[in-house]
Design a protein around this ligand. Structure first.
Ligand code: G6Q
Length: 539
């Protein structure tokens, strides 16, 4: 049973605090070819180059000690084996297991959480049958035509990860298959998607673990209305992915129903049926299994105790070094891959909803920083936008670059002896070096301070396998940081207050619509409605 200790109570913390007074300087020749070779590791298809971090061997030894003292790997294994980790000791909490890894622990004869993996395999069989029916034509619309389009309706964890993966892998889509997403309760989101779609050849995949999310239920109704107006029966087009026993767990109302289980958190659910149904439709069953295989390999690699052989663990520790010891507040995730256009948005949720916590697992206030602010956009676009601040701004932004040696489509052009992919990669390498080494100049305006920490994750190509691996890499990094910070990375109480107040505003609006106006009891709320001009109130 792992012990839960605050970061500041570990002996290695004292060492790291001292080392942070004089962190290694990356300028003036310190970044050597030898260092580039030495500070490099490999896990499940990815190389991590970290020579451009402000680290040395001594600090790496201390980070290893920190990982050992915090029992990060023991906790990671306990999580994978099904220990109840989603809890705050002594207080009411979700009190659940955390078993997203079981969704892909399906390739070994002895999975770490056998029951959860068996449930995952069962859902996979259902998915395989469903996709086979679509492929062999036994499942068609009322006119005997195949389904070509899917709309996924869901929000938060039921949207961001699956959407990021779809964009990442759209290059491998089956012919004549397209997916659209509706998440926002803003009616313009649905209206824009519904424009120009042939609903008769469309499946709607409604994804909600709770089956009670306001945005998703509202959008489901909105899209059902569009189907009815087109003379189509929603039950012949709508699919549900939901929790067992949820209000949406009603197989007769849907063409097909799939389950996700309560031990899988929304933001960790992309490899469950939350992502599986849509990705299987778009890419085919085998490609979805490849995603799972990549994730499973990374999950296994993440069990390695030597931080220099475990990318997620090393990234988690480097992240803590930059955040807790060098005091950098944010992390930019900058993929040099157009496919990863939504990946930073997914990580924003996965990381910030997991590790944006101010109490430890006993409910005591932390006296150190937990999760950093995460943000990012694909390069090279970002270079023409916000990189100015990263190079010369007054805040230091640690960067995690991601790149691939080959493009996905392989459609390229050679101009002046180099391909577009070469140009992309040249920019990626240039940014990493420029941030680390900087450049002196007598003109202060042209001076680059350098010493800006960054690392580079690189794989051969963005495929279903490497996408699964990359997803699992970040999922593991995030939970490992949570273990290190002694926080519960698996709940999200911080979103509740906003939901409660939104319900209160909706009650006021409904009351006004019925002429049942009563400004008493919520003076601030009524004043907000009035001040913003959303509702005029005469008192
Ligand atoms: C993720 C969160 C949250 C959740 C959405 C959608 O970890 O729990 O983003 O995924 O609120 O919830 P439902 O899937 O229940 O609709």
């Amino acid at each position: 049973m792992p012990t839960y200790t605050d970061l500041t109570a570990h002996p290695a913390h004292q060492q790291l605090t001292k080392s942070a007074l004089y962190p290694p300087d990356l300028r003036q020749g310190r970044l050597t070819p030898h260092r580039l070779q030495q500070y490099k590791t490999h896990t499940a298809g990815f190389d991590l180059l970290y020579a451009t971090q402000r680290l040395d061997d001594n600090i790496l030894v201390n980070l290893q000690q920190l990982a050992d003292e915090a029992g990060i790997i023991d906790q990671f294994l306990a999580m994978k084996q099904g220990q109840v980790m989603n809890r705050i000791n002594g207080y009411e909490s979700e009190n659940r297991q955390v078993l997203h890894t079981a969704c892909r622990d399906i390739f070994s004869a002895s999975p770490l959480a056998a029951e959860a993996s068996a449930q995952a395999k069962n859902e996979l069989r259902k998915l395989q049958n469903f996709l086979a029916e679509l492929a062999d034509g036994s499942l068609r619309n009322h006119k005997g035509e195949t389904f070509t389009t899917m709309i996924q309706v869901g929000i938060g964890g039921s949207d961001l990860g699956p959407r990021a993966l779809y964009h990442a892998l759209a290059a491998y889509s089956l012919p004549d298959r397209k997916v659209h997403f509706i998440a926002n309760v803003d009616p313009d989101d649905a209206a824009a998607v519904l424009q120009g779609i042939d609903l008769s050849r469309t499946l709607v995949n409604v994804v909600s673990k709770s089956g009670s999310t306001l945005e998703t239920l509202t959008n489901e109704e909105l899209v059902k209305t569009a189907f009815r107006q087109a003379g189509l029966e929603p039950a012949h087009h709508f699919i549900a992915v939901t929790g067992q026993g949820s209000p949406m767990d009603n197989p007769t109302a849907y063409l097909r129903s799939f389950y996700m289980y309560d031990y899988i958190g929304g933001r960790y659910s992309s490899t469950s049926m939350v992502g599986g149904v849509m990705l299987g439709f778009a890419l085919g069953y085998d490609a979805f299994v490849d995603i799972l295989r990549g994730a499973a390999d990374m999950d296994t690699g993440a069990e390695q105790r030597d931080i220099r052989k475990n990318i997620p663990l090393l990234l988690a520790l480097i992240g803590s070094w930059n955040h807790n010891y060098l005091n950098h507040e944010t992390v930019a995730i900058l993929p040099y891959s157009q496919g990863l256009i939504r990946f930073a948005a997914h990580l924003q949720q996965c990381d910030m909803e997991s590790n944006g916590k101010e109490i430890n697992r006993d409910g005591t206030a932390l006296d150190y920083q937990s999760g950093p602010v995460i943000w990012g956009e694909p390069g090279t676009n970002g270079q023409h936008a916000f990189y100015q601040l990263i190079h010369q701004g007054t805040s230091t932004v640690p960067v995690e670059f991601i790149g691939f040696r080959s493009s996905q489509y392989g459609q390229d052009i050679t101009i002046q002896e180099t391909s577009s992919q070469d140009k992309l990669l040249a920019n990626l390498l240039a940014q990493s070096l420029a941030l680390a080494t900087g450049q002196d100049n007598d003109n202060p305006n042209k001076r680059f301070p350098g010493n800006r920490p960054n690392s580079l994750l690189i794989a051969n190509r963005l495929t279903p396998y490497t996408m699964g691996s990359l997803l699992a890499l970040y999922e593991a990094k995030i939970v490992m940081q949570g273990f290190l910070w002694n926080i519960n990375s698996f709940d999200q109480e911080g979103v509740q207050l906003g939901k409660k107040l939104a319900t209160q505003f909706l009650d006021h609006m409904a009351a006004m619509a019925e002429g049942d106006y009563d400004g008493n009891g919520d003076e601030l709320g009524w004043a907000m409605l009035q001040a913003t001009g959303i509702r005029e109130i005469e008192k």
